[in-house]
Write a protein that binds this ligand. Structure first.
Ligand code: FAQ
Length: 338
């Protein structure tokens, strides 16, 4: 039997009665944290389903950041100026960083990064549907920044208050960086939409292609979202998928006007009674196809990720060899000192 501070995750007790008591105290402590809208930390007892849902959401988010580097990475060598290239490189590097913060947050829940990475490489893990669409023109860098990062911010700002401490804290930093990303996308589109007619057309075409998929980033409609209810009860998610989608639509309508671009939805109109913009139906069949690996770039994205993983094998081997060498040196220095 183990002794423990109530609520702390302890070594499993050998005696079933003691184990049951440990779980009861842990559950009580956990329920109190959630009721007080406080934070669960890695060493706290937590229900296995809470742990599992967090690993699922946080790792899917981490994978999204890593795969999400590809559409923009593709344009680094073709950016129209040195300044644009430097900004885009910084943005793509930020996305790698976001992936790392999130894998680290997931590790605090007990699943190592190499396990999560293997799930991605095996095609067993999901990542955001949006990254299975091609980035065809330079204007797509603008549309990705404005709409995709914009949707990411709308979705992720409430996650800064997620009940799991390491996740919420990681999201604070991520959201700050996403604001810069959105701003740079807006600026690319603004410049194009106030440029030549061909540039304006290129900006409009990019917005036309990214509008629907960016609204789908918020996930399926509430009635088809199996995880939302429980995640909201646990204070992981603070708003439902449709609530956040609506908030995003309300925000971008006026921004599109300021950009002098239109949104490709004939049903978009202000609804006085609801105090929100109505918008037309989204193509959920397309969403399901994309999520199940049949997006326009799904195969290409995974091939590129697997190739990058193989290409990085020598770095992992060198890092492991260095770690072994320094550990051996430390051990022999301790022996000599002893
Ligand atoms: N794509 O029951 P729900 C970014 C899955 S990062 C693919 O509603 P939940 C930064 C969902 O996983 C973008 N799959 O699920 C950037 C679940 O599958 P499962 C990523 C989706 O978790 C910008 C099933 O459908 N952001 O953009 C999608 O309660 C530019 C049922 O759905 C995050 O991950 C989708 N769009 O709500 C980087 C934010 N939507 O596991 C580079 C954190 C749903 O049951 C360039 N995550 N699914 O088999 C979340 O807020 C939530 O996980 C949701 C989904 C809202 C995405």
């Amino acid at each position: 039997m183990t002794t423990q501070t109530p609520g702390l995750h302890a070594v499993p007790a050998a005696d079933p009665a003691a184990q049951a008591e440990q779980d009861r105290a842990g559950q009580e402590h956990f329920d109190r944290i959630i009721a007080e809208d406080s934070r669960v930390e890695p060493r706290d007892w937590m229900p296995e389903a809470y742990r599992k849902t967090l690993v699922r959401q946080v790792s899917q988010h981490a994978h999204s950041e890593i795969i999400g580097m590809q559409p923009e990475g593709n344009w680094i060598s073709r950016a129209p100026s040195l300044k644009r290239k430097a900004i885009l490189m910084a943005k793509v590097q930020d996305e790698a960083g976001h992936g790392l913060y999130l894998y680290s947050a997931a590790e605090t829940l007990g699943t190592p990064r190499h396990v999560l990475n293997q799930q991605l490489l095996d095609g067993r893990a999901k990542y955001s549907s949006i990254f299975n669409y091609p980035a065809r023109t330079w204007a797509d860098m603008g549309a990705i920044g404005w709409l995709v990062d914009g949707a990411a911010i709308a979705n992720q700002v409430p996650l800064c208050r997620a009940s799991y401490g390491p996740y919420g804290r990681a999201m604070v930093r991520i959201c700050k960086e996403e604001s810069f990303h959105q701003r740079q996308g807006w600026e690319i589109l603004y410049e194009l939409s106030h440029g030549t007619p061909a540039q304006k057309q290129m900006a409009q075409d990019a917005v036309n292609r990214f509008y629907g998929p960016s609204l789908q980033m918020f996930g399926p409609p509430d009635e088809d979202s199996p995880n939302s209810k429980q995640s909201m009860a646990w204070n992981i998610k603070r708003f439902s998928n449709d609530e956040l989608r609506q908030r995003f639509v309300d925000m971008i309508v006026e921004q599109a006007e300021a950009l002098d671009l239109t949104l490709p939805d004939p049903d978009l109109k202000w609804n006085e009674d609801r105090g929100h913009y109505d918008y037309g139906p989204l193509d959920w069949d397309e969403f399901k196809a994309v999520v199940s690996g049949k997006g326009p770039c799904s195969v290409q994205r995974m091939q590129r990720r697997r190739q990058a993983h193989e290409d990085g094998a020598w770095v992992r081997e060198a890092a492991a060899a260095y770690a072994r060498k320094t550990a051996a040196e430390r051990a022999s220095a301790e022996l000599i000192g002893a």
